[in-house]
Design a protein around this ligand. Structure first.
Ligand code: GLN
Length: 245
């Protein structure tokens, strides 16, 4: 099958090896006989309705977020429609914040979000930096990654986090929640990058995208020894010093 990825703002939101996440998806798709077709959707670019199985948006600093936020609003309706129709969406860090309703940056400026996820973010004065380990009980798995953000994200009552923080700060350093998931949309502060060290999550996102593409979402297991080792190294670091100021 061809899995069509729409990479939003790769020229602006691309820190923390976000491209590495796409490379992992491409490789894991290829290993199962599928092909990942990645197209960039930039400033002024249209969202090709119905032609994207997975949207991806990466991280960026406040400056880059301010540059894309207004443009993202013009894509709001098309992105909501796509998600309603079953498209998957993975958003990391700065991109995650913009999927909420709003982001107040460090300078106090309010950036509008597109409200795909039930949350709001306000920047604090101290950055939350370090390794993170999450318990994703809904999947029976853990996620290991690295966070670096000033934004404190508050989920609406009843919203589903991506995971519970075992070690690290997570959304706001206080709630014990990290990330958010809704339908096939996943938002998270975890990068480092995220997918190379969490192969189960890469496959979950791929399976969601395949389901939208009309394919069989079952993916044959891969030999993930190196990936598991990377996860374990990251998890150990999180246990040792995640969430320290
Ligand atoms: N600018 C946002 C923050 O610091 C997002 C940072 C990022 O993408 N790393 O909260």
């Amino acid at each position: 099958m061809k899995i069509r990825v729409g990479h939003l703002y790769p020229d602006y939101l691309n820190i923390y090896a976000d491209r590495g996440n796409i490379a992992v998806l491409a490789e894991r798709a290829r290993a199962r006989g599928h092909e990942l077709e990645v197209r960039a959707i930039g400033l002024g670019g249209a969202v090709p309705a119905g032609e994207v199985d997975l949207f991806y948006v990466g991280g960026g600093q406040d400056r880059e977020q301010a540059l894309v936020a207004r443009d993202l609003l013009t894509k709001r309706e098309a992105l909501h429609e796509a998600v309603e129709a079953g498209a998957a969406f993975l958003a990391v860090c700065g991109g995650y914040q913009l999927l909420g309703r709003s982001y107040r940056d460090v300078a106090g400026a309010d950036l509008p979000g597109i409200g795909l996820l039930p949350l709001e973010t306000v920047a604090g004065t101290r950055r939350m930096i370090g390794d993170v380990l999450l318990d994703c009980a809904w999947a029976g798995e853990t996620l290991a990654g690295f966070e670096n953000h000033a934004g404190r994200t508050i989920l609406d009552e009843g919203a589903e986090p991506l995971g519970r923080v075992l070690h690290g700060f997570g959304n706001d350093g206080a709630s014990g929640f990290e990330g958010c998931r809704h339908k096939r949309v996943y938002g998270t502060y975890l990068h480092g990058p995220l997918l190379p060290r969490n192969p189960w999550f890469a496959d979950l996102v791929l399976a969601d995208a395949l389901a939208h593409a009309g394919g069989e979402p079952a993916l044959a297991p891969l030999e993930d020894g190196l990936e598991r080792e990377a996860h374990d190294v990251s998890a150990r670091r999180a246990r040792a010093r995640g969430g320290r100021r």
